[in-house]
Design a protein around this ligand. Structure first.
Ligand code: NAD
Length: 466
Protein backbone atom coordinates (compact mmCIF):
# COMPACT_ATOMS: atom_id res chain seq x y z
CA UNK A 1 0.00 0.00 0.00
CA UNK A 2 1.25 3.49 -0.79
CA UNK A 3 0.83 5.18 2.57
CA UNK A 4 2.05 8.54 1.33
CA UNK A 5 -1.11 9.03 -0.70
CA UNK A 6 -2.85 9.80 2.61
CA UNK A 7 -0.42 12.56 3.51
CA UNK A 8 -1.75 16.09 3.52
CA UNK A 9 0.78 18.60 2.21
CA UNK A 10 -1.61 21.30 1.09
CA UNK A 11 -1.50 24.29 3.43
CA UNK A 12 -5.07 25.40 2.75
CA UNK A 13 -6.38 21.96 3.75
CA UNK A 14 -4.46 22.13 7.03
CA UNK A 15 -5.66 25.68 7.67
CA UNK A 16 -9.21 24.51 7.10
CA UNK A 17 -8.83 21.62 9.58
CA UNK A 18 -7.59 23.99 12.28
CA UNK A 19 -10.19 26.68 11.69
CA UNK A 20 -13.01 24.08 11.70
CA UNK A 21 -11.77 22.84 15.07
CA UNK A 22 -11.56 26.39 16.43
CA UNK A 23 -15.20 26.97 15.47
CA UNK A 24 -16.22 23.70 17.08
CA UNK A 25 -14.40 24.67 20.25
CA UNK A 26 -15.89 28.16 20.38
CA UNK A 27 -19.33 26.63 19.89
CA UNK A 28 -18.80 25.22 23.42
CA UNK A 29 -19.24 21.64 22.23
CA UNK A 30 -16.28 20.16 24.08
CA UNK A 31 -16.68 21.68 27.50
CA UNK A 32 -19.53 20.07 29.42
CA UNK A 33 -18.70 17.12 31.60
CA UNK A 34 -21.20 15.01 29.67
CA UNK A 35 -19.59 15.68 26.33
CA UNK A 36 -16.15 14.82 27.75
CA UNK A 37 -17.40 11.60 29.32
CA UNK A 38 -19.24 10.62 26.16
CA UNK A 39 -16.11 11.20 24.06
CA UNK A 40 -13.92 9.17 26.42
CA UNK A 41 -16.42 6.33 26.36
CA UNK A 42 -16.45 6.45 22.58
CA UNK A 43 -12.68 6.31 22.49
CA UNK A 44 -12.64 3.33 24.85
CA UNK A 45 -15.26 1.50 22.77
CA UNK A 46 -13.44 2.23 19.53
CA UNK A 47 -10.23 0.76 20.99
CA UNK A 48 -11.97 -2.30 22.42
CA UNK A 49 -13.89 -3.04 19.23
CA UNK A 50 -10.75 -2.74 17.09
CA UNK A 51 -8.29 -4.64 19.27
CA UNK A 52 -7.39 -7.14 16.56
CA UNK A 53 -6.91 -4.44 13.94
CA UNK A 54 -4.55 -2.60 16.28
CA UNK A 55 -2.63 -5.78 17.09
CA UNK A 56 -2.26 -6.67 13.40
CA UNK A 57 -0.94 -3.20 12.56
CA UNK A 58 1.63 -3.35 15.36
CA UNK A 59 2.69 -6.82 14.25
CA UNK A 60 3.19 -5.51 10.75
CA UNK A 61 5.11 -2.37 11.68
CA UNK A 62 7.18 -3.61 14.64
CA UNK A 63 6.57 -7.37 14.98
CA UNK A 64 5.13 -6.70 18.45
CA UNK A 65 3.67 -9.76 20.17
CA UNK A 66 0.03 -9.62 21.20
CA UNK A 67 0.94 -9.78 24.90
CA UNK A 68 3.34 -6.86 24.52
CA UNK A 69 0.78 -4.90 22.50
CA UNK A 70 -1.84 -5.44 25.14
CA UNK A 71 0.35 -4.48 28.10
CA UNK A 72 2.22 -1.55 26.58
CA UNK A 73 -0.21 -0.12 24.03
CA UNK A 74 -3.86 -1.12 24.50
CA UNK A 75 -4.18 -2.06 28.18
CA UNK A 76 -2.27 0.95 29.45
CA UNK A 77 -4.51 3.23 27.37
CA UNK A 78 -7.74 1.61 28.58
CA UNK A 79 -6.51 1.98 32.14
CA UNK A 80 -5.78 5.67 31.53
CA UNK A 81 -9.32 6.17 30.20
CA UNK A 82 -10.86 4.28 33.14
CA UNK A 83 -8.87 6.31 35.68
CA UNK A 84 -9.75 9.59 33.97
CA UNK A 85 -13.48 8.79 33.82
CA UNK A 86 -13.42 7.96 37.51
CA UNK A 87 -11.82 11.23 38.60
CA UNK A 88 -12.82 13.74 35.93
CA UNK A 89 -15.71 15.39 37.80
CA UNK A 90 -13.42 16.13 40.74
CA UNK A 91 -10.60 17.47 38.56
CA UNK A 92 -12.98 19.76 36.65
CA UNK A 93 -14.37 21.49 39.74
CA UNK A 94 -13.27 25.09 40.22
CA UNK A 95 -11.25 25.37 43.42
CA UNK A 96 -12.04 28.04 46.00
CA UNK A 97 -9.02 29.71 47.58
CA UNK A 98 -8.54 31.73 50.76
CA UNK A 99 -8.94 35.50 50.80
CA UNK A 100 -5.94 37.57 51.78
CA UNK A 101 -6.37 40.30 54.37
CA UNK A 102 -5.69 42.90 51.70
CA UNK A 103 -8.61 41.51 49.67
CA UNK A 104 -11.35 41.50 52.31
CA UNK A 105 -14.78 41.28 50.72
CA UNK A 106 -13.62 39.39 47.62
CA UNK A 107 -13.65 35.68 46.79
CA UNK A 108 -11.05 33.88 44.76
CA UNK A 109 -11.23 30.68 42.77
CA UNK A 110 -9.17 28.73 40.27
CA UNK A 111 -11.15 27.70 37.21
CA UNK A 112 -9.81 24.96 34.97
CA UNK A 113 -10.40 25.80 31.31
CA UNK A 114 -9.33 24.00 28.13
CA UNK A 115 -6.76 25.63 25.87
CA UNK A 116 -8.69 25.07 22.64
CA UNK A 117 -7.17 23.15 19.72
CA UNK A 118 -4.47 20.73 20.83
CA UNK A 119 -1.92 19.37 18.37
CA UNK A 120 -0.49 15.97 19.35
CA UNK A 121 2.61 14.77 17.50
CA UNK A 122 3.53 11.13 18.14
CA UNK A 123 6.61 8.91 17.61
CA UNK A 124 6.83 5.40 16.17
CA UNK A 125 8.01 3.27 19.10
CA UNK A 126 4.67 2.92 20.91
CA UNK A 127 2.84 4.42 17.98
CA UNK A 128 -0.66 3.67 19.18
CA UNK A 129 -0.45 4.45 22.88
CA UNK A 130 1.70 7.56 22.52
CA UNK A 131 -0.75 9.09 20.06
CA UNK A 132 -3.88 8.25 22.05
CA UNK A 133 -2.79 8.60 25.67
CA UNK A 134 -2.27 12.39 25.29
CA UNK A 135 -5.63 12.46 23.50
CA UNK A 136 -7.28 11.18 26.69
CA UNK A 137 -5.89 14.21 28.53
CA UNK A 138 -6.85 16.60 25.72
CA UNK A 139 -10.47 15.36 25.64
CA UNK A 140 -10.76 15.20 29.43
CA UNK A 141 -9.63 18.81 29.67
CA UNK A 142 -12.21 19.88 27.07
CA UNK A 143 -10.05 20.53 24.00
CA UNK A 144 -10.40 19.52 20.38
CA UNK A 145 -7.43 17.57 19.01
CA UNK A 146 -5.41 17.02 15.87
CA UNK A 147 -3.18 13.97 15.96
CA UNK A 148 -0.13 13.53 13.75
CA UNK A 149 1.05 9.89 14.07
CA UNK A 150 4.51 8.76 13.03
CA UNK A 151 5.07 8.03 9.35
CA UNK A 152 7.58 5.30 10.28
CA UNK A 153 4.77 3.03 11.48
CA UNK A 154 2.34 3.50 8.57
CA UNK A 155 -0.03 0.62 9.35
CA UNK A 156 -0.62 1.92 12.86
CA UNK A 157 -0.96 5.47 11.55
CA UNK A 158 -3.71 4.27 9.18
CA UNK A 159 -5.53 2.34 11.89
CA UNK A 160 -5.50 5.38 14.19
CA UNK A 161 -6.83 7.52 11.35
CA UNK A 162 -9.63 5.09 10.49
CA UNK A 163 -10.60 4.38 14.07
CA UNK A 164 -10.86 8.04 15.09
CA UNK A 165 -12.65 8.98 11.86
CA UNK A 166 -15.26 6.33 12.65
CA UNK A 167 -15.65 7.55 16.24
CA UNK A 168 -15.49 11.35 16.04
CA UNK A 169 -16.55 14.40 14.12
CA UNK A 170 -13.29 15.67 12.54
CA UNK A 171 -14.13 19.13 13.84
CA UNK A 172 -13.57 17.61 17.29
CA UNK A 173 -10.86 14.95 16.86
CA UNK A 174 -9.02 14.31 13.64
CA UNK A 175 -5.88 12.59 12.43
CA UNK A 176 -3.49 14.17 9.96
CA UNK A 177 -1.15 11.55 8.58
CA UNK A 178 2.20 12.62 7.20
CA UNK A 179 5.93 13.13 7.56
CA UNK A 180 8.10 16.22 8.09
CA UNK A 181 6.37 18.36 5.42
CA UNK A 182 2.96 17.83 6.95
CA UNK A 183 4.21 18.42 10.50
CA UNK A 184 5.93 21.63 9.43
CA UNK A 185 2.64 22.93 8.03
CA UNK A 186 0.80 21.98 11.20
CA UNK A 187 3.39 23.83 13.26
CA UNK A 188 2.63 27.06 11.40
CA UNK A 189 -1.00 26.98 12.51
CA UNK A 190 -2.39 28.99 15.41
CA UNK A 191 -3.19 25.95 17.56
CA UNK A 192 -3.55 26.48 21.29
CA UNK A 193 -1.34 23.71 22.65
CA UNK A 194 1.36 21.40 21.25
CA UNK A 195 2.07 18.04 22.85
CA UNK A 196 5.12 16.44 21.27
CA UNK A 197 6.65 13.04 21.93
CA UNK A 198 9.88 12.25 20.09
CA UNK A 199 13.58 12.87 19.88
CA UNK A 200 15.59 15.65 21.47
CA UNK A 201 16.62 17.09 18.10
CA UNK A 202 13.09 17.33 16.75
CA UNK A 203 11.95 18.59 20.17
CA UNK A 204 14.21 21.61 19.65
CA UNK A 205 12.53 22.32 16.29
CA UNK A 206 9.07 22.01 17.86
CA UNK A 207 9.94 24.41 20.67
CA UNK A 208 11.40 26.90 18.22
CA UNK A 209 8.32 26.79 15.98
CA UNK A 210 5.95 27.00 18.96
CA UNK A 211 7.98 29.94 20.27
CA UNK A 212 7.22 31.94 17.13
CA UNK A 213 3.57 32.05 18.18
CA UNK A 214 4.17 31.57 21.93
CA UNK A 215 2.16 28.37 21.89
CA UNK A 216 2.57 26.39 25.14
CA UNK A 217 4.25 23.02 24.69
CA UNK A 218 4.86 19.74 26.39
CA UNK A 219 7.97 17.96 25.14
CA UNK A 220 8.25 14.29 25.98
CA UNK A 221 11.76 13.52 24.76
CA UNK A 222 14.41 10.86 25.27
CA UNK A 223 18.07 10.55 26.11
CA UNK A 224 20.48 8.19 27.79
CA UNK A 225 18.88 6.66 30.87
CA UNK A 226 21.47 5.03 33.16
CA UNK A 227 20.91 1.82 35.05
CA UNK A 228 23.13 1.42 38.12
CA UNK A 229 23.73 -1.97 39.70
CA UNK A 230 25.40 -1.64 43.08
CA UNK A 231 27.49 -4.31 44.81
CA UNK A 232 24.68 -5.25 47.23
CA UNK A 233 21.95 -5.61 44.60
CA UNK A 234 19.72 -8.67 44.35
CA UNK A 235 21.32 -9.78 41.11
CA UNK A 236 18.72 -12.39 40.11
CA UNK A 237 15.95 -9.83 40.15
CA UNK A 238 18.15 -7.06 38.78
CA UNK A 239 19.03 -9.12 35.69
CA UNK A 240 15.42 -10.07 35.00
CA UNK A 241 14.07 -6.57 35.51
CA UNK A 242 16.84 -4.98 33.43
CA UNK A 243 16.18 -7.37 30.55
CA UNK A 244 12.45 -6.79 30.89
CA UNK A 245 13.13 -3.07 30.36
CA UNK A 246 15.70 -3.47 27.62
CA UNK A 247 14.01 -6.36 25.78
CA UNK A 248 10.59 -4.77 25.52
CA UNK A 249 10.04 -3.52 21.95
CA UNK A 250 13.66 -4.55 21.27
CA UNK A 251 15.00 -1.67 23.36
CA UNK A 252 13.07 0.94 21.37
CA UNK A 253 11.54 2.46 24.50
CA UNK A 254 12.19 6.04 25.60
CA UNK A 255 12.69 4.92 29.19
CA UNK A 256 14.64 1.72 28.43
CA UNK A 257 17.82 1.38 30.47
CA UNK A 258 20.26 2.86 27.95
CA UNK A 259 23.52 1.80 29.58
CA UNK A 260 24.64 -0.16 32.64
CA UNK A 261 26.90 1.10 35.38
CA UNK A 262 27.85 -1.95 37.39
CA UNK A 263 29.93 -2.27 40.52
CA UNK A 264 33.22 -4.00 39.75
CA UNK A 265 32.61 -6.74 42.35
CA UNK A 266 29.38 -8.01 40.76
CA UNK A 267 30.02 -7.45 37.06
CA UNK A 268 30.83 -11.06 36.12
CA UNK A 269 27.88 -12.44 38.07
CA UNK A 270 25.47 -9.93 36.58
CA UNK A 271 26.57 -10.78 33.03
CA UNK A 272 25.78 -14.46 33.63
CA UNK A 273 22.39 -13.64 35.07
CA UNK A 274 21.55 -11.32 32.18
CA UNK A 275 22.41 -14.18 29.80
CA UNK A 276 20.04 -16.47 31.73
CA UNK A 277 17.25 -13.87 31.72
CA UNK A 278 17.51 -13.44 27.95
CA UNK A 279 17.26 -17.17 27.30
CA UNK A 280 14.39 -17.47 29.79
CA UNK A 281 12.44 -14.68 28.04
CA UNK A 282 13.27 -15.27 24.37
CA UNK A 283 14.69 -18.82 24.16
CA UNK A 284 18.08 -19.82 22.81
CA UNK A 285 17.59 -17.89 19.57
CA UNK A 286 15.92 -14.54 20.24
CA UNK A 287 16.14 -13.62 16.55
CA UNK A 288 13.52 -16.27 15.85
CA UNK A 289 11.33 -15.57 18.86
CA UNK A 290 7.82 -14.30 18.29
CA UNK A 291 8.04 -12.63 21.69
CA UNK A 292 10.84 -10.38 20.50
CA UNK A 293 10.34 -7.26 18.37
CA UNK A 294 12.19 -5.96 15.35
CA UNK A 295 13.98 -2.70 14.61
CA UNK A 296 11.70 -0.15 13.01
CA UNK A 297 13.71 0.63 9.85
CA UNK A 298 16.84 -0.30 7.95
CA UNK A 299 18.39 3.07 8.83
CA UNK A 300 17.98 2.42 12.56
CA UNK A 301 19.15 -1.20 12.13
CA UNK A 302 22.38 -0.05 10.44
CA UNK A 303 22.95 2.63 13.08
CA UNK A 304 22.59 0.02 15.85
CA UNK A 305 24.82 -2.59 14.21
CA UNK A 306 27.59 0.07 14.02
CA UNK A 307 27.44 0.35 17.83
CA UNK A 308 28.44 -3.30 18.16
CA UNK A 309 31.97 -2.23 17.21
CA UNK A 310 32.24 -0.04 20.30
CA UNK A 311 32.80 -2.93 22.70
CA UNK A 312 32.97 -6.66 23.16
CA UNK A 313 29.60 -8.41 22.81
CA UNK A 314 29.88 -10.79 25.79
CA UNK A 315 26.19 -11.64 25.54
CA UNK A 316 24.34 -11.73 22.19
CA UNK A 317 25.78 -9.69 19.35
CA UNK A 318 24.01 -11.56 16.54
CA UNK A 319 21.66 -9.90 14.04
CA UNK A 320 19.67 -10.57 10.88
CA UNK A 321 19.42 -7.85 8.27
CA UNK A 322 16.54 -9.50 6.45
CA UNK A 323 14.27 -9.47 9.47
CA UNK A 324 15.78 -6.29 11.00
CA UNK A 325 16.39 -8.07 14.29
CA UNK A 326 19.32 -7.72 16.70
CA UNK A 327 19.89 -10.03 19.67
CA UNK A 328 19.69 -8.57 23.16
CA UNK A 329 23.35 -7.70 23.56
CA UNK A 330 25.59 -6.79 26.47
CA UNK A 331 28.70 -4.88 25.41
CA UNK A 332 31.70 -4.85 27.74
CA UNK A 333 34.96 -2.91 27.47
CA UNK A 334 33.12 0.22 26.46
CA UNK A 335 34.67 3.65 26.91
CA UNK A 336 32.77 6.78 27.91
CA UNK A 337 34.00 8.45 24.74
CA UNK A 338 32.76 5.77 22.29
CA UNK A 339 29.84 6.51 19.93
CA UNK A 340 27.49 4.15 21.75
CA UNK A 341 27.90 6.33 24.86
CA UNK A 342 27.17 9.63 23.06
CA UNK A 343 23.64 9.26 21.70
CA UNK A 344 20.48 7.50 22.86
CA UNK A 345 20.82 3.86 21.74
CA UNK A 346 17.14 3.04 21.24
CA UNK A 347 17.79 -0.62 20.52
CA UNK A 348 18.62 -3.88 22.33
CA UNK A 349 22.28 -3.07 22.97
CA UNK A 350 23.35 -2.56 26.56
CA UNK A 351 26.87 -1.14 27.02
CA UNK A 352 28.31 -1.88 30.42
CA UNK A 353 30.83 0.23 32.31
CA UNK A 354 32.17 -0.81 35.72
CA UNK A 355 32.72 1.46 38.71
CA UNK A 356 34.27 1.27 42.15
CA UNK A 357 32.76 4.22 44.02
CA UNK A 358 29.36 5.84 43.99
CA UNK A 359 30.97 9.27 43.60
CA UNK A 360 32.42 8.14 40.30
CA UNK A 361 28.91 7.24 39.11
CA UNK A 362 27.41 10.49 40.32
CA UNK A 363 30.05 12.65 38.65
CA UNK A 364 29.79 10.82 35.34
CA UNK A 365 26.00 11.05 35.19
CA UNK A 366 26.13 14.73 36.18
CA UNK A 367 28.43 15.43 33.23
CA UNK A 368 25.71 14.27 30.83
CA UNK A 369 22.31 15.79 30.01
CA UNK A 370 19.67 15.12 32.66
CA UNK A 371 18.19 11.74 31.70
CA UNK A 372 14.54 10.85 31.20
CA UNK A 373 14.85 7.88 33.55
CA UNK A 374 17.31 6.43 36.03
CA UNK A 375 17.30 2.94 37.52
CA UNK A 376 19.14 1.84 40.61
CA UNK A 377 19.52 -1.67 41.97
CA UNK A 378 20.64 -1.80 45.58
CA UNK A 379 19.43 -2.94 48.99
CA UNK A 380 21.01 0.04 50.75
CA UNK A 381 18.84 2.98 51.73
CA UNK A 382 21.91 5.22 51.96
CA UNK A 383 22.81 4.46 48.36
CA UNK A 384 19.20 5.03 47.28
CA UNK A 385 19.17 8.40 49.04
CA UNK A 386 22.56 9.45 47.68
CA UNK A 387 21.51 8.79 44.10
CA UNK A 388 18.01 10.24 44.26
CA UNK A 389 19.13 13.35 46.13
CA UNK A 390 22.21 14.13 44.10
CA UNK A 391 21.11 13.29 40.56
CA UNK A 392 18.38 15.00 38.56
CA UNK A 393 16.33 12.93 36.10
CA UNK A 394 12.74 12.79 34.84
CA UNK A 395 11.71 9.83 36.99
CA UNK A 396 12.81 6.31 37.71
CA UNK A 397 12.72 3.16 39.79
CA UNK A 398 14.64 1.61 42.60
CA UNK A 399 15.05 -2.11 42.00
CA UNK A 400 12.98 -2.09 38.82
CA UNK A 401 12.81 -0.61 35.32
CA UNK A 402 10.02 1.03 33.28
CA UNK A 403 7.27 0.43 35.85
CA UNK A 404 7.11 4.05 37.04
CA UNK A 405 5.55 5.09 33.75
CA UNK A 406 2.72 2.56 33.93
CA UNK A 407 0.83 3.98 36.91
CA UNK A 408 -1.63 6.86 36.62
CA UNK A 409 -0.61 8.00 40.11
CA UNK A 410 2.88 9.08 39.01
CA UNK A 411 3.39 11.99 36.59
CA UNK A 412 5.66 11.12 33.68
CA UNK A 413 8.03 13.48 31.92
CA UNK A 414 11.61 14.57 31.53
CA UNK A 415 13.70 17.42 32.86
CA UNK A 416 16.07 19.68 30.94
CA UNK A 417 17.12 17.98 27.73
CA UNK A 418 14.87 14.97 28.34
CA UNK A 419 11.70 17.05 28.26
CA UNK A 420 9.41 19.74 29.54
CA UNK A 421 6.09 19.04 31.26
CA UNK A 422 4.50 15.84 32.42
CA UNK A 423 1.38 13.74 31.95
CA UNK A 424 -0.54 10.56 32.90
CA UNK A 425 -3.55 10.48 35.21
CA UNK A 426 -4.35 13.83 36.77
CA UNK A 427 -1.27 15.38 35.20
CA UNK A 428 -2.68 14.73 31.72
CA UNK A 429 -5.76 16.71 32.63
CA UNK A 430 -3.60 19.49 34.08
CA UNK A 431 -1.30 19.56 31.08
CA UNK A 432 -4.15 20.33 28.68
CA UNK A 433 -5.80 22.76 31.09
CA UNK A 434 -5.18 26.42 31.75
CA UNK A 435 -5.92 27.26 35.37
CA UNK A 436 -7.64 30.62 35.27
CA UNK A 437 -7.42 32.73 38.44
CA UNK A 438 -10.67 34.59 39.14
CA UNK A 439 -11.35 37.19 41.80
CA UNK A 440 -14.89 38.25 42.47
CA UNK A 441 -15.12 41.58 44.32
CA UNK A 442 -17.90 42.71 46.62
CA UNK A 443 -19.95 45.78 45.81
CA UNK A 444 -21.35 45.94 49.34
CA UNK A 445 -18.48 48.08 50.59
CA UNK A 446 -15.33 49.67 49.26
CA UNK A 447 -12.06 50.11 51.15
CA UNK A 448 -10.92 53.56 50.25
CA UNK A 449 -7.30 53.31 51.39
CA UNK A 450 -6.25 51.73 48.13
CA UNK A 451 -7.20 54.80 46.08
CA UNK A 452 -4.81 57.70 45.65
CA UNK A 453 -5.98 60.51 47.86
CA UNK A 454 -4.69 62.89 50.45
CA UNK A 455 -5.99 60.61 53.17
CA UNK A 456 -4.18 57.55 51.82
CA UNK A 457 -1.89 56.43 54.60
CA UNK A 458 1.44 54.76 53.93
CA UNK A 459 1.46 53.61 57.54
CA UNK A 460 -1.75 51.65 57.03
CA UNK A 461 -0.53 50.12 53.73
CA UNK A 462 2.74 49.09 55.38
CA UNK A 463 0.77 47.38 58.11
CA UNK A 464 -1.09 45.30 55.56
CA UNK A 465 1.78 44.55 53.21
CA UNK A 466 4.72 43.59 55.37
P1 NAD B 1 11.23 11.84 16.05
O1 NAD B 1 11.57 13.04 16.84
O2 NAD B 1 12.07 11.51 14.87
O3 NAD B 1 9.72 11.95 15.49
C1 NAD B 1 8.63 12.26 16.31
C2 NAD B 1 7.56 12.94 15.47
O4 NAD B 1 8.08 14.15 14.94
C3 NAD B 1 7.06 12.12 14.29
O5 NAD B 1 5.67 12.24 14.20
C4 NAD B 1 7.74 12.77 13.10
O6 NAD B 1 6.98 12.72 11.93
C5 NAD B 1 7.92 14.21 13.53
N1 NAD B 1 9.10 14.82 12.96
C6 NAD B 1 10.28 14.22 12.64
N2 NAD B 1 11.15 15.12 12.14
C7 NAD B 1 10.52 16.32 12.15
C8 NAD B 1 10.89 17.64 11.77
N3 NAD B 1 12.09 17.90 11.26
N4 NAD B 1 9.99 18.63 11.91
C9 NAD B 1 8.77 18.38 12.42
N5 NAD B 1 8.37 17.13 12.80
C10 NAD B 1 9.22 16.13 12.66
O7 NAD B 1 11.17 10.66 17.10
P2 NAD B 1 10.95 9.12 16.80
O8 NAD B 1 12.15 8.60 16.09
O9 NAD B 1 9.62 8.89 16.20
O10 NAD B 1 10.90 8.52 18.28
C11 NAD B 1 12.03 8.18 18.99
C12 NAD B 1 12.41 9.23 19.98
O11 NAD B 1 11.29 9.59 20.78
C13 NAD B 1 13.45 8.76 20.97
O12 NAD B 1 14.36 9.79 21.20
C14 NAD B 1 12.65 8.46 22.22
O13 NAD B 1 13.40 8.51 23.41
C15 NAD B 1 11.61 9.50 22.16
N6 NAD B 1 10.43 9.09 22.90
C16 NAD B 1 10.10 9.74 24.03
C17 NAD B 1 9.00 9.32 24.76
C18 NAD B 1 8.58 10.01 26.02
O14 NAD B 1 7.45 9.76 26.44
N7 NAD B 1 9.39 10.83 26.64
C19 NAD B 1 8.26 8.25 24.32
C20 NAD B 1 8.62 7.62 23.15
C21 NAD B 1 9.71 8.05 22.44
Amino acid sequence: MNHERFYITDETVIEHIVSTQKQYFYAQKTKSINSRIQALNKLRDAVKQNEQRIMDALKQDLNKSEVEVYTSEIGILLEEIRFTLKHLAKWMKPKKVKTALTHVGSKGKIVPEPYGVALIIAPWNYPFQLALSPLVGAIAAGNTAIIKPSELTPSVSRVIQELLAEAFDPAFVTVVEGAVDTTSLLLKQPVDYIFFTGSVNVGKIIMQEAGKQLIPVTLELGGKSPCIVHEDANLDLAAKRIMFGKGMNAGQTCVAPDYLLVHKKVKAQLVEKLREAISQFYGSNPLESDRYGRIVSERHFTRLVEFLKDGNAIVGGGYNKNTLTIEPTVLSEVSWTSDVMQEEIFGPILPMIEYETLDEVIHKVQEKAKPLALYLFTESEDVQNAITERLSFGGGCINDTLMHIATPYLPFGGVGESGTGQYHGKDSFQTFTHFKSMLSQTTKFDLSFRYPSEKQSLKMIKKLLK
